[in-house]
Design a binder for this molecule. Structure first.
Ligand code: ZN
Length: 353
């Protein structure tokens, strides 16, 4: 891969420049890089890159990490970049990291929407919100406000695209990549990095389109139990996304439902929504910058955010590599009926007794 860098790219999309450098020089022997699609806007043309580490066995368990779906939310891509650098550096000398990667396929798309990030806006080049773009609606009786997706105009945020139109190039590329590469794996954890909502860091599981309980609740409960036990002081509020708001066109709901119907293997798509409101509270001037609503602007705060989430990414990679503990309930909580009941009590206001 050749790396040609214009001044505009360095200023407007340094994350992609760094990724291209990493692809060219950083992880020789450890990283496989693929260009999923080239997206264009006027005279701009940018790649959506996927990085793969570890096992190439199509049946291997998978950890799929994504970021930059919303172009304004750069901090998620920066956290991912920071983690990739850590992992590549460890893989050069640390046997336990190498052993870990033999048992798991770790696949990363750090910037799903490079045009949006370059232009400094949430949507892609066509003005479409990629997390409202899948052909899936909020369940009957449910409500989604304008932020939950609309078809009024691509001049407004949260635009879903035209009724009946194919999905956008970025969503299509991500869907094909996911389905072609991970269809034979028995367990997949996905984590999609976002920022901007609320004042705490939320870890969401599906659904976004309905308040109905998620079908793989037992596995989510066991996974979260493992997280709570290994990191009792972790900062994440774990909940179904619908506990915060419901949306049309969520790509993870879409991929989950398709995979469930076709295969019955376990897929847990998680979203990490970094709560930016606390950064704004500490530095109210951020409110006057579009980027400032979604990203920490002061360097010391950025460093803190980059450090803060590495544990979680590491936990997810390890969990993906050791699925027995959460997929079949062979963890500390063994009784499967109990898991379902405890999960419903914790997340859906149902009685545990
Ligand atoms: Zn987002």
């Amino acid at each position: 891969m050749t790396v040609s860098v214009s001044r505009a790219m360095l200023q407007r999309l340094p994350e992609l420049v760094e990724l291209q450098r990493l692809a060219a020089h950083g992880g020789k022997g450890f990283v496989r890089v693929e260009e999923l699609v080239t997206v264009t806007h006027k005279d701009l043309s940018l790649p959506v890159l996927a990085f793969e580490f570890g096992s190439q066995d199509p049946k291997a368990p998978v950890f799929f990490l994504t970021g930059g779906v919303h172009g304004l939310e750069r901090i998620g891509s920066q956290v991912i970049l920071s983690y990739l650098k850590t992992l590549i550096n460890l893989a050069h000398w640390d046997y336990s990291t190498r052993n870990l990667l033999e048992r798991v396929r770790f696949s990363v798309v750090p910037i799903v929407n490079p045009i949006g990030m370059y232009l400094g806006r949430r949507s892609n080049g066509q003005g479409v919100d990629l997390m409202r773009n899948a052909p899936i609606d909020v369940a009957k009786g449910g409500r989604a406000g304008i932020a939950g997706g609309h078809r009024i105009s691509n001049k407004l945020p949260w635009y879903r695209g035209l009724e009946g139109a194919p999905m956008e190039a970025e969503s299509t590329a991500l869907t094909s990549y996911f389905e072609q590469n991970f269809s034979r794996s028995q367990s997949v954890i996905a984590l999609d990095m976002h920022s901007g909502f609320g004042s705490v860091d939320r870890l969401w599981f599906p659904y976004a389109r309905t308040t109905e309980p998620f079908p793989n609740l037992k596995q989510v409960y066991q996974l979260v139990h493992n997280l709570d036990s290994a990191y009792p002081h972790h900062i994440y509020k774990v909940e179904p996304q619908s506990a915060s708001y419901t949306t049309h066109g969520d790509l993870w709901d879409y991929l989950y439902d398709r995979r469930r119907i076709e295969q019955g293997s376990i897929f847990i798509p998680l979203t990490l929504e970094l709560g930016s409101w606390s950064w704004i509270k500490k530095n109210p001037r951020q409110l006057f910058s579009a980027l400032g609503i979604f990203n920490p602007l002061l360097p010391h705060r950025t460093s803190r955010i980059l450090r803060r989430h590495l544990h979680l990414l590491d936990f997810m990679l390890r969990s993906a590599a050791s699925p027995a503990s959460w997929v079949q309930g062979r963890g500390l909580l063994a009784n499967s009926d109990d898991l379902e009941r405890l999960a419903r009590a914790r997340w859906y206001d149902e009685q545990a007794a």
